[in-house]
Design a binder for this molecule. Structure first.
Ligand SMILES: [Zn+2]
Length: 585
């Protein structure tokens, strides 16, 4: 790339990297110059002829020095944003990413790029001490431009110190929804990122996620301490994926429908595809049935041997399989653009997960199919609350044991194994208890997962009450997420309008490419002036507090409440009883 567009980076001879100023680099350039530089970099570095929706907007925002939350679906090229921006900002780029496999993958991709400033490195516990040191030294002497690290690395003061000395220009938080209690992927390690960003002098923050439900967005911005954050939401519409759902009365009929559907698709040459099942046993059963019908098929779940899983992945990528029948363990980090169908044999645990899972089909832009096959019972709650809400006494006991260990001078803290011995309870709920206590700032978990009392921790009784309240809130939210999944399964309106409405993107017309549209059921959403509560209106409910209108149908309105999650209200009742009030403007 032309040197004119390269910004100064510190070399080994300089004691201090060149500080970022508004005058140097694209941040100080005019908007049109900036756009040109971004496009040139994209072309030269990644061979882009055109950006995908949201990429250019997000890159431009970051290069201008503005904290940015980019909500782009899986496969929309989120990493291109920091790859391009990394060439145009005056300092190294940190990328916090939860999975070591993803970090390795990204480093590999960057290393293949010609013309990249500096090299890419990773920093995680899988590396030797020497390699970890080398990564930080590379950052310090300017040879490492992109550093990928696991969030727990930032729990080490010496790592944060070393990074601070390198004056990072951009702090990227990948899978940023992990910071949100709303998300299923909540990681307590992500909670410290906001503090680290401040310790580093608040470099520009780029938060990336594919999960866009509005409360998740708000939480990301707040918990990362993003300033004047620009939110870019784009590209959720995937018109090439046909959407269908079918309900069956019993398990047998459902399984038969899945098998027949998949066999017909494969017979039609619509390969490869993915079948998602909620259980390991389910994946093996369906895979065996499909194999009996002569399909090239493998099951995939976390309980299988690593080598078998890798073989299946490779065979899927190399077109040696018609179908993989998998739990949700299959998919993250797998990019097979010509996947032609995704069939769910059970509903996903939320609309967010469902959208992410079906989004793996048709990334080549050619027609693909997403079918949800379900029974009424599959939408029940039991599946989702295996561990349940813990009793206050149990939480109090756990908090008390952590405090007692510290008081007895045990520096290693208390881990789940010790708690099991002390309480006789199984590991899973104890791990959940520790996580809850960490989230209410009663305990701190170290890298080994052992718990220590937090500084200024509340009493075990107070901590238990707060943790229990948090768990109840979670359960209400979970419940409402399941309700939204039910809403998707059972809607008689356009399914795509339903999905996009959920993510906060409005689709003006029914899509014409879902089963309800084809059946002539879908109707146009009411115009803004035809309904008292158009989508995105901020409202207040006497009992449920503040919320946002997500969706309007003829006779009902779906509201996302901050406290209780999604609720569907009958419009007539709302109007007759003045249940909702508009807030703000
Ligand atoms: Zn439709």
């Amino acid at each position: 790339m032309p040197s004119a567009f390269r910004l100064p980076i510190a070399d080994a001879g300089q004691p201090e990297p060149v500080p970022r100023t508004k005058q140097t680099g694209p941040a100080g350039a005019s908007s049109s110059v900036r756009t040109r530089r971004i496009r040139e970099t994209a072309r030269e570095l990644l061979g882009f002829e055109a950006f995908r929706p949201g990429q250019e907007e997000a890159t431009k925002s970051v290069v201008t020095g503005r904290d940015t939350l980019a909500v782009l679906p899986s496969g929309a090229g989120k990493s291109a944003v920091y790859q391009i921006a990394g060439q145009l900002v005056a300092g190294p780029v940190l990328v916090v990413s939860p999975l070591i496999a993803l970090q390795r993958d990204q480093v590999g991709r960057l290393d293949e790029l010609d013309g990249l400033d500096g090299r890419a490195a990773q920093l995680n516990s899988a590396l030797s001490a020497g390699d970890q040191r080398a990564a930080l030294e590379g950052l310090a002497d300017g040879t490492v431009r992109h550093l990928f690290l696991a969030p727990e690395q930032l729990a080490k003061p010496e790592v944060v110190e070393a990074i601070a000395k390198a004056h990072p220009a951009l702090f990227v938080v990948d899978e940023a929804h992990c910071v949100s209690a709303w998300g299923h992927d909540f990681r307590p390690d992500y909670l410290r990122l906001g503090g680290v960003i401040e310790q580093l002098g608040h470099p520009t923050v780029l938060a990336l996620t594919a999960t866009a439900a509005p409360p998740v967005r708000a939480e990301i911005v707040e918990r990362l301490g993003m300033r004047d954050a620009r939110v870019v939401v784009a590209g959720f519409d995937r018109p090439e994926i046909r959407l269908e759902a079918e309900q069956h009365a019993d398990a047998h009929a459902k399984e038969k429908a899945v098998l027949e559907r998949v066999t017909a698709l494969v017979g039609d040459g619509q390969v490869p595809g993915i079948v998602y099942s909620a259980t390991r046993k389910g994946t093996e059963q369906i895979a065996a049935e499909l194999a009996d019908r002569g399909l090239r098929v493998q099951p995939y779940h976390a309980g299988l041997r690593k080598t078998d899983r890798e073989d299946t992945q490779r065979a899927f990528m190399d077109d040696e399989l018609d179908v993989v029948v998998a739990t949700t363990a299959f998919g993250m980090g797998i990019d097979k653009p010509d996947t032609r169908f995704v069939v769910h044999a059970e509903p996903a645990d939320s609309v967010d997960s469902y959208y992410q899972e079906i989004g793996r089909a048709g990334r080549d832009g050619k027609p693909a199919l997403a079918v949800l096959v379900y029974r009424q019972e599959d939408l029940g709650l039991r599946r989702f609350f295996a561990a349940g809400v813990p009793a206050e006494e149990e939480l109090q006991q756990v908090a008390g044991l952590v405090g007692a260990a510290e008081a007895a001078g045990i520096d290693d803290g208390v881990d789940v194994r010790q708690l099991r011995e002390e309480t006789g309870r199984p590991a899973t709920p104890l791990a959940r208890d520790l996580n809850l206590l960490e989230q209410v700032s009663a305990v701190v978990l170290d890298e080994e997962g052992a718990a220590h009392p937090a500084e200024g921790a509340p009493s075990p009784g107070e901590a238990a009450a707060a943790a229990r309240e948090l768990a109840e809130h979670r359960e209400r939210v979970e419940q409402s997420r399941v309700e939204m999944m039910r809403g998707y399964a059972e809607t008689t309106e356009c399914r795509r309008q339903f999905l996009l409405g959920y993510f906060g993107e409005q689709l003006e017309q029914p899509c014409g490419n879902c089963d309800n549209c084809t059946a002539g059921l879908a109707q146009q959403q009411p115009d803004e002036d035809e309904t008292p509560f158009p989508p995105q209106t901020a409202v207040q409910h006497a009992q449920w507090g503040p919320g946002i209108v997500m969706r309007v149908e003829d006779d009902r309105v779906v509201v996302l409440f901050e406290e209780v999650g999604y609720k569907t209200l009958a419009l007539a009742a709302v109007l007759d009883n003045d249940l909702l009030e508009r807030r703000g403007t």
